[in-house]
Write a protein that binds this ligand. Structure first.
Ligand code: NAD
Length: 459
């Protein structure tokens, strides 16, 4: 194996609630990214020779480590990212609790398939690509790496992970847990900002599994085009929630509040736009306002906290700029909206918004519930689809109308009288500019594989 020189600079991680340093990791010099990829390629010869079942069996014991260390790792996650401690622990637990069944699901999904005609048999093999670059954001700093690293590894790829510079410590721990079980070089991590990500994309990798902003996704697609590298892009969105006559308003308001405010609105499938039928808008707004009281802000380590801080001051400034723009164009603050120090933003409800305002067209990624009146379901669908994005969409109404209208929504994942979260095995799929390819579920797992078809003469 090639040797890698000792890096000098460090990447420091700060607690967004307090501004205090949580720790640091060494920055990977851009000049060494090529050597790290070469090491991954060397390791891929032996790793890809194992069966998918053998690879899954190697990873299985990691489930217990995540379960045993959930509180410690959850606390680190909360200190680094800001979300409430129960959610930080929950995120680590999700990696552990689901690992065994995920591994089984991936193994099943990538078994060879046989097709037969008279005198010929074709076998579809799900082979590894080679080296996979996994590049991830900070909003779910352990679950996002997990979502692409695990299927890439089980498919027989080796992986170089580049986590967000905002949350390097928890990602580093994640890799250390898996590396207790993996052979050397199969999973490596590099730290730094965009430049390390760009060097990885431009390097000798075969597949790039990226989760992050649309802008970075566009850049990655451009760079990958030179080598026609495979890309899986999970990007931003501007998810709508439609509430029509016949909806259970308690349920719709509880969903809209939770999905607008949780993780301080920093979720790719956050509700960013709410379209409510005129006739029920006042009732809905009253219930939404009541719900907003259930979301006190504070340091994620305090038990009373439902909403932590924004991950960084730039993100807060972006959110407040959109709120001011909306107010200047006639939006009314119904709840929240007061000033808070540090990175905190109070869950806020705006009424009277429309599509002339940035807050209804540009991803906000903050705890702002924006309500626009519509005369009927058709107008709601037409406004909901008036976006370049298309990750999730949700519709509440009488079951028959809501189901019918759901088929006109252009998002990739749609919830009818519920969230977008559905049955196990569903893919995580964005439409339009929210995604390119997808992951999770049997359909998603196969995206980490090169299909090869071998046809033979039979009988
Ligand atoms: P980001 O795009 O700024 O950064 C994501 C990662 O990409 C980081 O590790 C960053 O260092 C790296 N990066 C940035 N520019 C790059 C480039 N040109 N080449 C290679 N790597 C590069 O995103 P973020 O601020 O960390 O995350 C928030 C965004 O992620 C939001 O838009 C959100 O909607 C999106 N997101 C999408 C999903 C999904 O499943 N669709 C899930 C979570 C987050």
């Amino acid at each position: 194996m090639s040797t890698i020189a000792t890096p000098t600079a460090v990447l420091e991680s700060f607690n967004p609630s307090t501004g205090e340093s949580v720790g640091s990791v060494p920055v990977t010099p851009v000049s060494q990214v090529g050597t790290i990829i070469a090491r991954a390629r060397e390791a891929s010869a032996a790793w890809s020779n194992l069966t998918a079942q053998e690879r899954a069996d190697i990873l299985k014991p990691a489930a217990k480590v995540f379960a045993d260390r959930a509180e410690e790792l959850g606390l680190l996650l909360t200190r680094e990212q800001g979300k409430p401690l129960a959610e930080g622990i929950g995120e680590v637990n999700a990696c552990g609790a689901r690992l065994e069944s995920e591994l089984d699901e991936i193994v099943r999904a990538i078994q060879p398939e046989i097709l037969r005609d008279e005198g010929v048999q074709s076998t579809i093999h799900y082979d590894p690509y080679g080296v996979c670059a996994s590049i991830t954001p900070w909003n779910f700093p352990i679950l996002m790496p997990h979502s692409t690293v695990i299927p890439a590894l089980v498919a027989g790829n080796t992986v170089v992970l580049k986590p967000s510079e905002q949350t390097p410590l928890i990602a580093d721990e994640y890799v250390k847990v898996l590396n207790q079980f993996l052979p050397e070089g199969v999973l490596q991590i590099i730290h730094g900002e965009d430049d390390q990500g760009k060097a990885l994309v431009a390097g000798d990798v075969d597949l790039i599994a990226f989760t992050g902003s649309k802008t970075a996704g566009q850049h990655i697609m451009g760079s990958a085009a030179k080598g026609l590298k495979r890309v899986i892009l999970e990007l931003g969105s501007k998810d709508p929630c439609i509430v029509l006559e016949g909806a259970d308003l308690e349920k719709a308001a509880a969903f809209a509040a939770r999905n607008s405010f949780r993780n301080c609105g920093q979720v790719c499938v956050s509700t960013e736009r709410i379209y409510v039928q005129d006739s029920i808008k006042d009732q809905f707004l009253a219930k939404l306002t009541e719900e907003a009281r259930n979301y006190p802000i504070g340091d994620g380590q305090e038990e009373s906290t439902a909403i932590g801080p924004m991950v960084m001051s730039e993100q807060k400034a972006h959110v407040l700029r959109q709120v001011e723009d909306a107010k200047s164009k006639g939006a009314r603050v119904v709840a929240g909206g007061s000033e808070h120090p540090g990175n905190f933003v109070e869950p806020t409800i705006l009424d009277g918004v429309d599509h002339t305002m940035d807050i209804m067209t540009v991803e906000t990624f903050g705890p702002i519930a924006c309500v626009q009146s519509v005369k009927d379901g058709n107008e709601a669908v037409s406004l909901a689809n008036d976006t370049e994005y298309g990750l999730g969409a949700v519709i509440f109404g009488d079951e028959e109308t809501a189901r019918k209208l759901s088929r006109k929504l252009t998002a990739g994942m749609i919830g009818v009288n519920r969230s977008i979260g559905g049955a196990s095995g569903m893919p995580w799929v964005g439409a339009r500019q929210s995604g390119y390819s997808y992951h999770s579920g049997p359909h998603g797992h196969r995206q980490f594989c090169q299909l090869r078809v071998v046809s033979t003469n039979e009988g």
